[in-house]
Design a protein. Structure first.
Length: 305
């Protein structure tokens, strides 16, 4: 029963329709102009674990594993669930770090958006690896690895494939609640982190940035805080590193490729459906007038008017 409940929780997390539950919409701070400075969040629990491997290196399995160990991790699925108060804010941080737009983030900013979480995994957090290591010196760091060629192939068949779908730019403008924040975030975080929006071919700049990311995390993390890890290793290294007993349940092996494609399909179709709805509402009055004029002429012809 516990395993079923955990699976249902992960499926719910992947459903971007949860975005309709957005509880507030941030506006730029009147003094600084930054969204993060208007964010009501604050640190409520200590930050304990930073999973800083890039996407498609087992981050969803580690997300599920940390939950199973009793942690409350932040992951990209959490950001998608509240796009206006997450994706827009993270984009501001990405733009500050990589594109020189606005003030760079430190612990104060991270505490606002990550304050209720004691661990993190996946982008956008991995895009701030050095900053997070420095901001939370008490947290342990798990650097989850994957063969670079396997990683490129995985990214190309998931994020790369999704972001190559036609119509994102046009459709996003029709859905400001979810599709637009996602598309703007993708256009910021993907080139910043991987050197490209959707090119993960063997010749992609993503290969070089992937390798550099891992070297950089090892350089900035003290050895006693660092575990280099592959998800194939299971519970053993993680539980030893975190000083926790090994669970009786198997380590979660979450192959989230299908969920990834489906969740992004929902976002694309949300933009499409809202476009159809809004265009229909704009066209409907003109159609109604046209039909009324035609009907009146028909009735006049038959002398009913």
């Amino acid at each position: 029963m516990a395993t079923k409940k955990k699976t249902e929780s992960l499926n719910d997390a992947w459903d971007p329709r949860a975005a309709i539950k957005e509880t507030y919409s941030l506006k730029p701070h009147p003094k600084t102009g930054r969204l993060i400075d208007s964010h009501p969040g604050k640190r409520t629990v200590p930050m304990k674990v930073l999973v800083l491997g890039l996407s498609r290196t087992g981050t969803m399995s580690l997300f599920a594993g940390l939950e199973q160990l009793g942690y409350h991790p932040y992951h990209m699925v959490k950001a998608i669930a509240s796009p206006k108060s997450n994706l827009d804010v993270w984009r501001e941080g990405i733009d500050a770090k990589f594109y020189g737009k606005g003030g760079k983030w430190g612990r104060e900013e991270f505490d606002k958006i990550l304050g209720n979480y004691d661990s993190v995994a996946d982008v956008p957090c991995a895009s701030f690896a050095e900053e997070l290591v420095q901001a939370y010196p008490e947290a342990k760091v798990i650097l989850n690895h994957r063969d670079v060629d396997q990683w490129l192939a995985s990214m190309d068949s998931t994020a790369g494939a999704v972001l190559r779908w036609r119509g994102w730019n046009f459709l996003s403008s029709w859905d400001p609640a979810l599709t637009e924040p996602f598309w703007k975030f993708a256009n910021s975080v993907m080139p910043a982190t991987y050197g490209s929006l959707h090119d993960f071919s063997p010749q992609s700049p993503a290969r070089k940035l992937f390798l550099e990311h891992y070297e950089r995390v090892k350089e900035v993390t003290p050895p006693d805080r660092l575990l280099e890890y592959r998800v194939q290793e299971g519970w053993g290294p993680i539980c030893k590193f975190l000083d926790l007993p090994v669970p009786n349940d198997d380590f979660p092996r979450v192959n989230d490729k299908t969920q990834f494609i489906v969740s992004h399909s929902i976002m694309w179709y949300l933009g499409f459906s809202k476009m159809i709805l809004k265009v229909s509402l704009m066209v409907a009055p003109a159609v109604a007038v046209g039909v009324a004029v035609w009907q009146r002429k028909s009735l006049q012809q038959w002398k009913f008017w």
